[in-house]
Design a protein around this ligand. Structure first.
Ligand code: GAR
Length: 207
């Protein structure tokens, strides 16, 4: 069984999707062993506690820069013996001290079709605001490995939804979460835990 450590910052609906998937047997070969939050008041922490999952809080605001913060996260991941790290609405970019040591072992969910509307500054509702401002007719979410560049690691899975007339960022976010994120994130985690993701020339393929 692989140890899955989930990093969160907010509401934690993606964490909830992972918890539900583990309970219903969708995640094979792994279990969530710890939830780490960058935000002491994240509701995601309640979701973990309600399901008897150990939690840790490493507050981002207590660290002056990304490197010192990432070192603290790295120490926690090592202590937890993480086999897989899932960024589920984690709003802090991790330094390469973490991404190098956990190369191809960190999975992120990004709420757009990478390489559109991604990179530094694109997170949460800002992503959907940008997609609507551009006028794209489809959007979606991307599950990808995390490397030293924001939202630039190998893509594992992507899913698409239509953008509809009159969509607000909130409406589009909800459609993408319900139809793509909450389904594909648990699926990618399960594939990883069964060693079914292969890397060739920096790209990810499902076996
Ligand atoms: C999700 O839409 C996730 O894709 C996005 O934030 C939301 C978190 O929701 N993540 C990012 O923008 C990361 N760059 P949740 O806390 O309810 O899972």
């Amino acid at each position: 069984m692989k140890n899955i450590v989930v990093l969160v910052s907010g509401g934690g609906t993606n964490l909830q999707a992972l918890i539900d998937a583990e309970k219903s047997g969708i995640i094979k070969g792994g279990r969530i062993t710890c939830v780490i939050s960058s935000n002491p008041s994240a509701y995601a922490l309640e979701r973990a506690k309600n399901n008897d999952i150990p939690t840790r809080v490493i507050p981002r605001r207590e660290y002056s820069d990304s490197v010192s913060y990432s070192k603290a996260v790295l120490a926690a991941l090592n202590e937890e013996k993480a086999d897989l790290v899932v960024l589920a609405g984690f709003m802090t970019i991790l330094d390469e001290c973490v991404t190098n040591e956990y190369a191809y072992k960190i999975i992120n969910v990004h709420p757009a079709l990478i390489p559109s509307f991604c990179g530094e500054g694109y997170y949460g509702l800002k992503v959907h605001e940008a997609a609507l401002a551009y006028g794209v007719k489809v959007s979606g979410a991307t599950i990808h490995f995390v490397n030293e560049k924001a939202d630039a690691g190998a893509i594992i899975l992507q899913g698409v939804v239509d953008v509809q007339n009159g969509d607000t960022p909130e409406i589009l976010q909800k459609r993408i979460m319900e139809n793509v994120e909450w389904k594909l994130l648990p699926k990618a985690v399960s594939l990883f835990c069964q060693d079914r993701i292969e890397i060739t020339d920096g790209r990810a393929y499902i076996k």
